[in-house]
Design a protein around this ligand. Structure first.
Ligand SMILES: [Zn+2]
Ligand SMILES: [Zn+2]
Length: 66
């Protein structure tokens, strides 16, 4: 299995996440890291930082279109 040797070369210094490119890491630092998620799923109470991820979750997991 080779799949898990691929590394994400841009780790966040504040949490355990790491990212494949610098702009994604910067977005994480600016919008996510250390902040409370702004969106919460009303069906399973999972929290999201990004509206797009939240909408996709509700659609794919619960079958509702927001
Ligand atoms: Zn972080
Ligand atoms: Zn949910």
């Amino acid at each position: 299995m080779l799949a898990h040797i691929f590394r994400k070369p841009y780790p966040c210094s504040k949490c355990n996440r790491s990212y494949t490119n610098k702009s994604t890491l910067n977005r994480h630092l600016r919008e996510e890291c250390g902040k409370m998620p702004q969106y919460m799923c009303r069906y399973c109470h999972k929290a999201f930082h990004q509206r797009s991820n939240f909408q996709r979750h509700v659609w794919t997991v619960h079958g509702y279109v927001l």
